[in-house]
Design a protein around this ligand. Sequence first.
Ligand SMILES: C[S@@+](CC[C@H](N)C(=O)[O-])C[C@H]1O[C@@H](n2cnc3c(N)ncnc32)[C@H](O)[C@@H]1O
Length: 262
Amino acid sequence: MSEQPQIRFEDGAAYETYMGLWSRKVGEQFLDWLKPATNLSWLDVGAGNGAFTALLAERVKPASILGVDPSPAQLDYARKRQDVGQARFEAGHAMELPAADASVDAAVMALVIAFVPDPAKGVAEMVRVVKPGGLVSAYMWDWPQGFPFYAVEQVIEGRGLPVVAPPSHEASRIQKMVELWHGAGLVGVESRAITVERTFPDFDKFWAIALTGPRMSAQAAGLSPEMLATLRADLKALLGAEDGKPLMLKATANAVKGRVPG
Ligand SMILES: C[S@@+](CC[C@H](N)C(=O)[O-])C[C@H]1O[C@@H](n2cnc3c(N)ncnc32)[C@H](O)[C@@H]1O
């Protein structure tokens, strides 16, 4: 049996343009909704290249931030960022967080929960490391329709090519997130959808960025120039894009928050 292709995050700079800018747009509204106190110690789980970490550093006046991620390439980019304040970054996994019990005030997963092999275990880990009364929160694209590059997935599927979904994509549904938060014993659980939009200078720019995504960059390498040209034409038609005209796309993420009892 052939192995299911995996989504790998191996280029922090490409990630910034491809997804970091989208994450930041959701993150702005997410933090407005979360309304965290200032001076908290934060654990940013799956911090990646630091896109959301930078927003935390700018917006919430944190006492400290520890970003954890398994990808060396993402961490390398995050550590070189100028906009993450005093944030520290460590290699680590959501299923076994490198933090002591009840050691931080807030833990967050920004666009991560669908990549965690066992989301319930990932949430339980956040609950373990957050102090009583502390915040546990997350946001994730509402897979598949909410994903910013959903149209790309549609044309790939339309040509009979494999679409690679995040391994735990069911955890991106709002009902599932709420279930996970209740299941982990969190209290005061609330959820909401967040829709954002991003305008690309034109279709060509959008296509170039789409090709740098973690799944497309791997997949495109195995496609003929003819198939790539077909996908490009399919996508342009699906989006109704016009040459040289700005292209606006929308995306929707689900967000959830709760507090550790006590
Ligand atoms: C879509 S990116 C989100 C990055 C960043 N939080 C943001 O908002 O842009 C998903 C990140 O989750 C990380 N990741 C994948 N599996 C993980 C796991 N089991 N535990 C923690 N992080 C994981 C990836 O390396 C990647 O950096």
